[in-house]
Write a protein that binds this ligand. Structure first.
Ligand code: AMP
Length: 355
C-alpha cells in the first residue's frame, strides 16, 4: 500500500458507487470530459452563470450535466451538492486560479491528486526550494544589480498573465528598470523552450519506475506568447524601448514539439527527481504535471517553472501525442486521469490518488 493522501471521511461520498468526473468549464475541461467519457464515467461541468454555448459544438467533449454557480468563488457553498453527485474534482490552472488556492485546498469534496502540492507551487520561493533540493538545474538568481554579468529577466512577484517582466541584455540595460513593487532578478536563459507533460502514477508497477509507481511522458508543447514571439519584426530592442514598447509573455496558444531522442534521459531524470522530492516533502505529486524549461546550446535543461496539474498545452493531444501513442493509442492526459481513477476504484486504492 502506498501513501494515503485522503483522510477516510473525505471519500465517503464516492464509496461503493461510480464517481462523476467534475471540473470547471474552462482551460482543458473539454479534454477532461472527453477522456472521462471514453473511460465510461459520467461527467459534470461547473459553470459560473449559464453554460458556455460553444460546448454544444463538441458533443463528445460536452459534460453530461452542468452545475451553475453565480461565481466560481461561491463554489464552496455547493460542496454538499457535489458530494451528493459523487463528484471527483479535477484541478486545472483556471479552476485553482479562479477559485483561489486557499479555497481550493479547503473544499470538502474529493480532488484528484494531492492538494498539498498547491501550497508548494503557488509560492515561488517554496517551489524553488523544492526543485533546487531535488537537484534540478534552474536559472541563476541575482540578489544585487552589481552582480549581473549576463542577460536577465526581472519578474515582479506574482506576475500574472504574462505581464510584469523586464528584459535586460546586461547590467547597463537594467538602469532603465524603475521598480514599482517587489521583484526577482533571474538569468535570462538563452535556448529553446519546452513544456513537458508528465503523469506520475503511484499505482502503476510497470514502465519507467519512480518511487513505488511510474512516470509517463504524455506529450510536449511550446507556448505561443504575445508579444515577445514576434516582436523582432518591429525592430531592435533599443528601438522598441525608445518607442516605449515592452515585451510581454501572454499565452495565446500552443504548438506541438518533439525533443531530440538523445535528450529524453535528461528530461526523465528531471521529472523523476521532482517526483521523488515531492514524496519526501509532502507525500508526493500524483497525476499530471508540466516541467517548463529551456534547453541551452550546451544541451542543459534549465527549469523556470512547474505546473502541478493538467496544463492547457495537453489540449493539442486529445487524440494522443507522438509520445503517448507509444504507451496506448489515442491516450490524452484527460483520459489518463480517468484511467487512474478507474484503476484506483477497482483496486480499492482511491486514498492514494485522491485528497
Ligand atoms: P513564467 O511566468 O515564469 O512562467 O514566465 C513566463 C515566460 O517568460 C515563459 O514562458 C518564458 O517564455 C519566459 N521566461 C521565464 N523565465 C525565463 C528565463 N529565466 N529565461 C528565459 N525566458 C524566461
Amino acid at each position: 500500500m502506498g501513501i494515503h493522501l485522503a483522510p477516510p471521511a473525505r471519500l465517503g461520498s464516492i464509496e461503493g458507487r461510480t464517481p462523476t468526473i467534475a471540473t470547471l468549464c474552462s482551460h482543458s475541461s473539454l479534454q477532461i470530459f472527453h477522456g472521462a467519457r471514453r473511460e465510461g464515467f459520467p461527467t459534470l461541468g461547473i459553470t459560473a452563470g449559464d453554460p458556455p454555448k460553444f460546448y454544444d459544438a463538441f458533443p463528445l467533449g460536452r459534460p453530461d450535466r452542468f452545475l451553475s454557480v453565480p461565481k466560481v468563488s461561491e463554489l464552496p457553498s455547493s460542496a454538499a451538492t457535489l458530494r451528493e453527485e459523487g463528484a471527483i474534482l479535477i484541478p486545472h490552472g483556471s479552476f485553482v486560479e479562479y477559485l483561489g488556492p486557499e479555497r481550493f485546498v479547503a473544499l470538502d469534496v474529493p480532488v484528484f491528486g494531492n492538494r498539498a502540492v498547491i501550497g508548494w507551487e503557488s509560492d515561488r520561493r517554496k517551489e524553488r526550494d523544492w526543485l533546487e533540493s531535488a537537484g534540478v538545474l534552474m536559472p541563476l538568481r541575482f540578489e544585487e544589480f552589481r552582480d549581473i554579468d549576463r542577460p536577465v529577466i526581472i519578474k515582479y512577484y506574482g506576475a500574472k498573465g504574462g505581464k510584469g517582466f523586464f528584459l535586460a541584455k546586461n547590467r547597463a540595460d537594467t538602469e532603465a528598470f524603475h521598480p514599482t513593487g517587489p521583484y526577482v532578478i533571474q538569468e535570462y536563459v538563452l535556448g529553446t523552450r519546452y513544456y513537458v507533460h508528465f503523469f506520475y502514477s503511484p499505482l502503476s508497477d510497470r514502465g519507467y519506475r519512480v518511487g513505488s509507481g511510474s512516470l509517463e511522458l504524455l506529450g510536449m508543447d511550446r507556448r505561443d506568447e504575445a508579444n515577445i514571439d514576434e516582436l523582432y519584426k518591429l525592430g531592435s530592442q533599443e528601438e522598441l524601448q525608445r518607442a516605449g514598447i515592452r515585451p510581454t509573455f501572454v499565452v495565446t496558444g500552443n504548438v506541438p514539439v518533439m525533443l531530440r531522442e538523445s535528450l529524453l534521459p535528461q528530461i526523465f531524470d528531471v521529472g523523476a527527481r521532482i517526483v521523488e522530492r515531492s514524496i519526501e516533502l509532502f507525500g508526493g505529486m500524483v497525476g499530471p504535471f508540466c516541467v517548463e524549461g529551456i534547453m541551452t546550446e550546451d544541451l542543459q535543461f534549465k527549469v523556470f517553472e512547474i505546473s502541478t496539474r493538467i496544463v492547457a498545452g495537453t489540449n493539442l493531444f486529445i487524440s494522443g501525442s507522438p509520445y503517448s501513442e507509444m504507451i496506448e493509442p489515442g491516450l490524452s492526459t484527460g483520459r489518463r486521469i480517468a484511467q487512474e481513477i478507474r484503476r484506483a476504484t477497482e483496486e480499492h486504492r482511491l486514498a492514494e490518488v485522491l485528497s
